[in-house]
Design a protein around this ligand. Sequence first.
Ligand code: CA
Length: 415
Amino acid sequence: MIQAARWLRLPAEHPFGLAALPYCSYTAATYTGGYRVGVAVGDHILDLTTASDRLMPARAHLFRAGSLDDFLAAGDGAWTQVRDGLTGWLSDEQCRPAIEDLMVPVGQASLRLPFTVADFVDFFASENHAANAGRIFRPGAEPLPPNWKHLPIGYHGRSGSVVVSGTPVRRPCGQFRPPGADAPSFGPSARLDFEAELGFVVGARSHLGEPVPASRFAEHVFGVCLVNDWSARDIQSFETVPLGPFLGKSFATTVSPWVLPLAALEHARVRPPSAAADLLPYLTETTHWGLDIDFEVRLNGSVISRPPYATMFWSPAQMLAHLTVNGAAVRTGDLYASGTVSGPEPDQRGSLLELSWNGTEAVPLPDGTSRFWLQDADELTISATARGPGGGRIGLGSATGRILPAVRESPAGKD
Ligand code: CA
């Protein structure tokens, strides 16, 4: 394991040590000229926009715009060179004069969406989550839909409402049918939920008409972020048959401000359950891009779930292969999410739908209250760590959102 330079005073077990090095787009009160690309180093952010000017001028143009977009598009040669450069600068005592003045405490930085989100796709890759949803909504029937073990199911979502961690989330209004009612009502969702997911960020584009094989996953996908696919269950359940999720999902999707490159996840790779499945050749899992990533979900500061990503049936390489097998292209900035991460145990479920079993079992909180669904002013935080070198854990950061009350007006101006 590479040691950080002594002057950084970076504890070996810090989740943002040299084995992580996630990227962000940020600004600080002392800056002129707007946003810069940053890299987390312990409790600080290194200004990569300026550092690359000083230490890697041939690549500096990739960071001048202050977002990750140009860097993502540059491809895996640039990704490797920049990460190797960063590791060198941060471990070589002689680089101190070039970068010491470029460190800003994370607490003094303002972080925005790190890249321009192009298309957004959401999968449904957890067998535990899919089976729980089946048991809840189709009791007595087979828990998994007949297609589930043959292909990674997904839908195309709404990229324009992807927001960065910390952005408040307004409770949506919409149509839903109260229990026993014949006709739908319009109003604020009463069944607001979260979904803890992992997101995959596409760097290098593919070309229309050319499927991307699973084996080329790491040439196209740059890294991962945390995703909360906020879901209004009452709106979702009335609208969803037969065309799938629409307004029950599209009002907001929160992502972490950090993109952790795949290169940081080499030690976290595991064989996903789908490796033992009998699949069509294009989905055969030989890449072992299952991931040992442990999630933690906190509601108003209290842990309510610890979903293990390693239990996810489909790997992100299979998701990419399926997403493009019909010739659809992926673009720089495409974000595809795993779907809710739920493990086999009750305290490993990644949504309130499952934790409260569709509003029938109260989820207790330490303050003496309980929840079936999210209330106004609730704050939901998803965080995660991955297995790193030497048995340690590296951080993915967190994705937080606080619920704002609905604006109680129908489109006609009255309820
Ligand atoms: Ca989802």
